[in-house]
Write a protein that binds this ligand. Structure first.
Ligand code: SF4
Ligand code: SF4
Length: 420
């Protein structure tokens, strides 16, 4: 196919346009608005394809439902993806040309994975960094079309442009110190004045790799907006879906309780908070601990890993060296360690009593064959006495008999609980 001079030219006459523009699988009854289909053009720059893998594993909603058009109100997506599409060669590239010429009869969205390299650097030695299709320059000469160029061609006519993954959103690893390809983010490349035809600046779904659900959910909500039956989703000042990225990973971390009690892991594999072995979670906006990596499972701290800040614009350089304690953590973890140790002891004391049936407490014995009952010390008993006084101040301890007069005085009218 690639040896055919027409193969990668993308000439539209090579294409069964009707099959691409009007799939027959659309369940018509699910269309609640004017759009039955929307094209999505997926471009990959300096990328590892990890974003594609993440999106392919999304579950809420799954990519399959977006492609099948089975989500009520959400137009069916016709995905043009260099890895996932079944078309290849000219047939695949033709739709990109049609979009560029404004010949699609429905809106399109551009998704970009990977960062934007400076193709002039590669062109200086006759090469390219990342390309999709080629232009026939005559004879046997073909020019690969950089994906950066496709972005430039398609972004002005796109209803929305979505950057997926930290390379596309903030430059990511290809744009780290040194940056031989002069890579940059979509925002850097398109500029602050860029707007899609729906009036939206670049939408950013960061993460390396991102949570696939963060992407499919945002796409579904943007499509409902384009359909005219949903509000514009709320985005923050950097174009991130604010309902997904406003909290730090620390606020919903499964190890947050250990942090609060000043219990810190000293090496990997331990269950406590990982801040002292390099976790940046307290300052990083990410929802992976609550959402999980795929299908509500996995996610960095859930799986034992520290946060290295992969969703943040400063990643990776500002979070280096990885796996070293962040300098600011010294202050907070030492402060937490001091009061956390006291709080932890007080809680264990209360826990000991809450682990006893009232009968056991009365008998000062636990009939367990598993271990010897350790009687609480006099100090513990005194603390517990005071604790209970506090707990039931203003209310009645279960089992205590209350006089009719005192209940009446409090406004209760339930005679069966009155004492005669
Ligand atoms: S492991 Fe990281 S995110 Fe989790 S509680 Fe500790 S510092 Fe916070
Ligand atoms: S917890 Fe940190 S390292 Fe893990 S995905 Fe979120 S930002 Fe990236």
């Amino acid at each position: 196919m690639l040896d055919d001079p027409k193969a990668m030219t993308g000439h539209p006459t090579d294409v069964d346009a009707a099959r691409i523009a009007k799939p027959e699988t659309k369940p018509k009854e699910l269309s609640f608005g004017p759009l039955e289909t929307v094209h999505v053009f997926w471009l990959a720059g300096m990328s590892c394809d990890g974003c594609t893998v993440a999106v392919a594993g999304a579950t809420q909603p799954p990519l399959e439902n977006l492609l099948a058009g089975t989500i009520p109100g959400v137009p069916q997506i016709i995905l043009h993806h260099p890895v996932l599409s079944v078309e290849a060669g000219a047939e695949f590239v033709a739709s990109f040309y049609k979009a560029e010429r404004g010949e699609l009869d429905v809106p399109y969205v551009v998704c970009f994975e990977g960062s934007i390299p400076d193709e002039s650097i590669a062109a200086a030695t006759g090469g390219y960094w990342s390309a999709l299709g080629s232009e026939h320059l005559g004879g046997d000469v073909h020019r690969p079309i950089p994906t950066t160029e496709w972005l430039k061609r398609l972004a002005p006519g796109a209803a929305a442009v979505i950057a997926i993954g930290t390379c596309a959103t903030w430059g990511g690893i290809p744009a780290a110190a040194g940056n031989p390809t002069n890579s940059m983010s979509l925002m850097d490349y398109l500029g602050k004045d860029y707007r899609g035809t729906a009036g939206l600046p670049v939408i950013n779904i960061p993460g390396c790799a991102p949570v696939g659900d963060n992407f499919t959910e945002t796409v579904a909500m943007v499509l409902l907006f384009l359909q005219g039956i949903g509000p514009l989703p709320e985005f923050d000042e950097l174009g991130r879906p604010s309902w997904l990225f406003s909290d730090t990973v620390h606020t919903k971390c499964v190890r947050g309780g250990y942090y609060e009690e000043g219990s810190f892991a000293t090496k990997y594999g331990q269950k406590e908070c990982l801040v002292e072995i390099g976790c940046w979670g307290p300052v990083v906006q990410c929802n992976i601990t609550s959402r999980g990596a795929i299908n509500h499972m996995g996610g960095c701290m859930n799986a034992g890993g520290v946060c290295i800040g992969c969703t943040m614009p400063g990643f990776p350089d500002k979070f280096a060296p990885f796996y070293e304690m962040p300098p600011g953590s010294n202050v907070s973890s030492n402060a937490v360690r001091t009061y956390g140790a006291v709080i932890r002891r007080l809680r264990r004391m209360t826990m000991k009593y809450q682990n006893m049936e009232p009968r056991w407490e009365e008998n000062n014995a636990v009939p367990s064959g598993w271990s010897e009952f350790q009687k609480p010390s006099l100090v513990n008993q005194a603390m517990h006495y005071l604790y209970q006084k506090l707990q039931y101040s203003g209310s009645t301890r279960p089992g205590d008999v209350v006089s009719k007069e005192s209940l009446k005085a409090k406004g209760f009218h339930t005679p069966e609980v009155y004492k005669d």
